[in-house]
Design a protein around this ligand. Structure first.
Ligand SMILES: Cc1cc2nc3c(=O)[nH]c(=O)nc-3n(C[C@H](O)[C@H](O)[C@H](O)COP(=O)(O)OP(=O)(O)OC[C@H]3O[C@@H](n4cnc5c(N)ncnc54)[C@H](O)[C@@H]3O)c2cc1C
Length: 611
């Protein structure tokens, strides 16, 4: 086992993690701590982080135009359906354009207007065009820009292909580093540090049909749960309306922002029949109407259209068609080259000449580790957890609420990632270096438990993984009800029990992807159980959580908070929404406490609570 020291550990090499690492270096340098070490740990090479797949763009009010910060705040709050925190929204909105401009100074090739201003496009739920973009490869260019900048920082020590197994916290719940596994050398690595930033991404890959990469498995969320920290609003999972059938590959909302229209099996623009009208002219999209309505509404319209027999059957389910033909080859080539390539390669259609078949897929997870607007992690009582920060899709900052507006998340990774990195560096500068044999012994125990999974067990993981995706698709999708959620809950209990005897066939020390995928499956099961428990508890319809049996929206908006007890049981509470960071822990009398899980959590010790 290798034990190393750093000032700050950042877990995650996506946009949030790289932003945090760069900010931490900057803050250390400004404080004269040029010898500071920022450990950047990622289970994949950073450029393979899921941010690379982001297509459409990042929202930010371009100064000097018609758009206003107040309007961006208002749109975001409307999308959040009562669960966004106004102060958190304003915090991000006010810093958005500054971060997008900072990125440009680092080399980001934003698309521009003929006059040289940043080009902005329309996105669903946004009342004005305000999404900055680099064609439809925004995530690739953004991640590349950040990554190339990290390469010149000698203070950043990279731990690529290191799987973080757990957080190291003291008994007083102060962050002290991480324990991970170096897949290339086949060795446990402990990195001790007084400040940790979690930037591990979301958990939407748990769903069978998903736009997310295989690595988006909720690892950081399950670490937080095991550390006794709450996760907020896990049931809020955004389903994107336009994805390729079968693969789930995303056809970005930008395609509709550029003027693409959705038609049913008979060629009719069906959205007006499901509350998204009045119909807008073809090729002239208008904010919040028809194809530019909020994503949840478009996905719900698809659900109804499918039941009304208006979709085209395929072996991967019914599809509607996204028609881009009227945009013409020049616009498609310039603005939507990635979409065009995906459609040709994975659906066999050229969007210049044929409409693209699409159907919904799980896309973005609004819920996450509870933080303030600037990424400080909060415990169950709303108190800051010393030295622990979270940013990006793994965090619930209060920005997105019950439904994220497209293009608000990339900008959140930049803003909150940066603030978390600055704050983490501040903590590191004011604390003694983290050390202690107790911590190292604890880390060894945690690692040994995980390593002991290799070469044992009888349950093959693949069927568990498949069943997890199937049940989430079937019963925890666009619309939910008590029967479906009960089915999902029972299935997840069964999967949880079987996971305790999961088979890890490969016993290799080096590049043991078999083992790594089982760890990811454990994380997904843990977080999925939390999401289902929260969905059961929320007996109303709000944002991305629509209940057929509870169509009303409660007068009082409440967050769900999921925790895991030491026996491995999942608990849910509903708490009122207040200002960022103040609501949690404040019970309001009618709160419920729903415990689910295998009684006694007997096998939890074998996996440290996962699954
Ligand atoms: C197809 C697609 C298109 C999108 N397009 C847009 C868009 O146009 N605009 C927009 O605003 N949003 C978009 N989004 C959402 C946005 O891309 C993501 O929310 C954002 O990129 C997440 O960034 P992140 O840094 O939080 O996490 P990620 O980019 O997912 O990175 C997570 C990092 O954590 C690391 N990690 C995770 N677990 C571990 C572990 N156990 N040990 C070590 N490392 C670990 C991973 O290696 C990775 O480096 C899109 C999402 C998808 C799926």
């Amino acid at each position: 086992m290798r034990v190393e020291h750093a000032d700050v550990v950042v877990v995650g090499g996506g946009a949030a993690g790289l932003s945090a690492a760069l900010a931490a270096v900057e803050a250390c340098a400004a404080a004269g701590r040029d010898d500071a070490v920022v450990a950047l740990v990622s289970k994949v090479y950073p450029m393979r982080s899921h941010t690379v797949a982001a297509e459409g763009g990042a929202a930010g009010v371009v100064p000097g135009g018609e758009d206003t910060l107040d309007q961006h705040v208002a749109d975001t709050l409307a999308g959040g359906a009562g669960l966004s925190h106004p102060d958190a929204v304003r915090y991000v909105v006010e810093r958005a354009a500054g971060e997008l401009a900072r990125l440009e100074r680092l080399g980001m090739p934003w698309s521009r207007t003929a006059e040289g201003r940043p080009a902005v496009r329309r996105f669903g739920g946004m009342s004005r065009p305000r999404t900055w973009f680099a064609a439809d490869k925004t995530g690739f260019h953004l991640l590349h820009t950040l990554f190339q900048t990290t390469l010149r920082e000698r203070s950043i020590r990279r731990y690529d292909e290191h799987v973080v197994l757990d957080l190291l916290l003291t008994a007083e719940r102060e962050a002290r580093g991480i324990v991970g596994y170096d897949q290339q050398r086949g060795e446990v690595v402990v990195v001790l540090a007084p400040a940790v930033v979690l930037a591990t991404g979301g958990y939407a890959r748990a769903w069978g049909t998903s736009t997310n990469a295989g690595i988006v498995t909720g690892d950081g969320l399950s670490m937080a749960l095991r550390a006794g920290l709450p996760l907020r609003d896990l049931e809020m999972v955004q389903v994107h309306p336009t994805c390729l059938p079968g693969s789930g590959l995303l056809i970005t909302e930008a395609a509709r922002g550029e003027g693409g229209v959705l038609v049913d099996a008979t060629g009719q623009r069906y959205l007006a029949d499901y509350g998204l009208g009045p119909v807008t002219p073809v090729g002239a999209p208008e904010p919040r109407r028809m194809e530019l309505g909020p994503r949840d509404k478009l996905s719900q319209a698809f659900w109804h259209a499918e039941r009304d027999g208006r979709t085209v059957p395929t072996r991967d389910g019914g599809v509607v068609h996204l028609d881009l033909r009227h945009l013409g080859k020049a616009v498609i080539d310039e603005r939507l080259p990635l979409v065009s390539g995906l459609a040709r390669r994975f659906a066999g259609v050229d969007p210049v000449h044929e409409p693209v078949p699409v159907r919904p897929a799980a896309h973005y997870t609004m819920g996450g580790i509870v933080t303030t607007a600037s990424g400080q992690v909060l415990d169950d009582a709303g108190r800051p957890v010393d030295g622990l920060f979270a940013a990006g899709e793994c965090a619930s900052t209060g920005l997105h609420g019950a439904n994220r507006l497209g293009s608000n998340s990339l900008v959140e990774t930049l803003v909150v990632g940066r603030e978390a990195g600055l704050a983490a560096a501040g903590v590191a500068g004011s604390r003694a270096p983290a050390q202690g044999t107790e911590l190292v012994d604890h880390a060894r125990d945690l690692a040994d438990t995980r390593l002991a999974m290799r070469g044992r067990g009888t349950e093959p993981p693949a069927p568990l993984r498949k069943e997890l995706g199937r049940v989430l698709d079937a019963d925890v999708g666009i619309f939910r009800d008590a029967d479906g959620l009960a089915r999902a809950s029972a299935t997840l209990d069964d999967l949880h029990a079987r996971f305790q005897d999961v088979r890890v066939a490969d016993t290799a020390d080096v590049l043991n992807t078999d083992w790594a995928q089982v760890l990811e499956l454990g994380a997904m099961l843990t977080v999925a159980r939390g999401a289902v428990a929260a969905a059961v508890a929320r007996t109303e319809s709000r944002g991305a959580h629509q209940r057929l049996d509870h169509p009303q929206t409660d007068d009082v908006a409440r967050h769900s908070l999921v925790t895991l007890d030491p026996a491995g049981e999942t608990h849910v509470r509903l708490v009122p929404v207040e200002g960022a960071g103040t609501a949690i822990g404040a019970d309001i009398g009618t709160d419920i406490d729903t415990a689910v899980g295998t009684p006694g959590g007997t096998a939890v010790g074998t996996t440290q609570g996962d699954a």
